[in-house]
Design a protein around this ligand. Structure first.
Ligand code: APR
Ligand code: PHB
Length: 389
């Protein structure tokens, strides 16, 4: 097989990159380890930055999002009963869009199918060869047969546990990492959301997030120790913990019900540098992970795709390599800013095991400052709605 850009991984990064390239007439083949059912069963965050919404429009995959997504003009940060409203619309002139990543992925699959792009599912043994030469190729197994895909470029969109990053020789890459000493226990429930906007809650009982997918579907999270397992958390225990973290009147009125999904995710900040080795380019979770506190995961993947798609188009259609030469640096500049924001939100809102009494006072003081300073709220809003690409 032969293509222009071999894309490893059919998550949101790989699918969006492929869609943008195909629209410009560049050929792609996507190699995905999992089944489509598996990819679409993963529940991930649900907040799209204004720039992400623009990219999805440019990719021609925004119709369902425009209909079923909900623009949010603000969110709340709370500290026990103190509620700080961050009015994105007033502070930045832009809202965010609440629309599940799972839906974004489904829309991308549909668009890619309509384009006729080959998406090979359940591939295994993916190996990237000669990425540092002018003629890379990828070998893999599909339906029991060993295959070879020749290409001009390889896009590593295969997530944190993929093979692409590991293909870069260890001496040519560097990792920066912070692992947080807690995870998020998340549930999905067919209940009316606790509030019409998202609530990021700091409290004496730890962090909680009240989010939603629609008027009838809620997504909630509470901070848990890394040693906890899902089976330790009955629905009743979850709702009790969540109530203890939210402002009293919101907790009192909150509708509860059976969970339809429950999972624990650890929190990590991770950046791999650089994002390029020869003709291999890393995109999305393959090269960075953010803790979910700022809802930056998918949005950062989209800005990587924004930089890379035009760079690859220039290289393939005009022989202009300036974009691909600049890709790593350009993407990293924005990645580090989102890293800073996600880390700051995480630190501002979570209890750290073994912390001293000073730490809790710092969180309280930060939230009080936010409640009184429009400048502080604007800074937060500007980052939350997404820094320019
Ligand atoms: N070969 C082929 N495919 C692979 C391999 C491999 N060796 N390893 C992983 N994959 C696939 C996974 O099955 C997955 O579908 O790569 C895909 C990577 O998708 P994601 O992990 O969703 O990463 P990405 O597309 O960069 O999306 C970033 O999704 O993970 C969230 O928080 C993240 O919101 C962010 C966004
Ligand atoms: C979610 O709705 O799943 C969600 C929203 C905002 C976040 C993280 C997750 O910061």
């Amino acid at each position: 097989m032969k293509t222009q850009v071999a894309i490893i991984g059919g998550g949101p990064s790989g699918l969006l990159l492929s869609q943008m390239l195909n629209k410009a007439g560049v050929e792609t083949v996507i190699l995905e380890r999992a089944t489509r059912f598996h990819v679409l069963a993963r529940i991930r965050a649900g907040v799209l930055e204004a720039g992400t919404v623009e990219m999805l429009r440019a990719a021609g995959v925004a119709d369902r999002m425009e209909q079923e997504g909900t623009p949010h003009s603000g969110c709340y940060l709370t500290d026990d009963d103190l509620m700080v409203h961050i009015n994105f619309q007033e502070l930045t002139g832009k809202p965010v869009m609440v629309y599940g990543q799972t839906e974004v992925t489904a829309d991308l699959f549909e668009a890619q199918d309509a384009m006729g792009t080959p998406i090979l599912h359940e591939v295994s043994d993916v190996v990237i060869h000669n990425a540092d030469s002018s003629a890379p190729h990828v070998t893999f197994t599909h339906k029991g047969t060993a295959k070879r895909l020749d290409c001009a470029y390889v896009a590593g969109c295969d997530g944190f546990h993929g093979v692409s990053r590991q293909t870069i020789p260890a001496a040519k890459r560097r990792a920066f990492e912070r692992v947080y000493p807690f995870g998020w226990l998340g549930i999905l429930s067919r209940t009316k959301p606790a509030h019409e906007e998202l609530i990021y809650a700091n409290s004496a009982n730890g962090f909680a997030l009240a989010s939603m997918r629609s008027d009838t579907l809620s997504r909630y999270y509470v901070q848990v120790p890394l040693t906890d397992r899902v089976q330790d958390w009955s629905d009743a225990r979850f709702w009790g913990k969540l109530r203890s973290c939210l402002p009293g009147d919101i907790a009192a009125d909150m509708e509860t019900g059976p969970s339809i999904e429950k999972s624990i995710a650890p929190l990590r900040s991770f950046v791999n540098e650089p994002l390029r080795w020869g003709r291999l380019f890393l995109v999305g979770d393959a090269t960075h992970i953010v803790p979910p506190t700022g809802a930056k995961g998918l949005n950062l993947a989209v800005s990587d795709v924004y930089y890379l798609h035009s760079a690859l188009i220039d290289a393939l259609t005009k022989g202009d390599e300036s974009g691909i030469d600049a890709y790593s640096e350009r993407a990293l500049t924005r990645i580090w800013k989102a890293m800073r924001f996600s880390w700051q939100m995480t630190t501002m809102l979570h209890q750290f095991e073994g912390e001293d009494s000073f730490a809790a006072q710092m969180r309280k003081a930060t939230l009080r400052h936010l409640s009184q300073s429009e400048t502080a709220r604007r800074e937060l809003a500007e980052n939350y709605i997404g820094l320019p690409f």
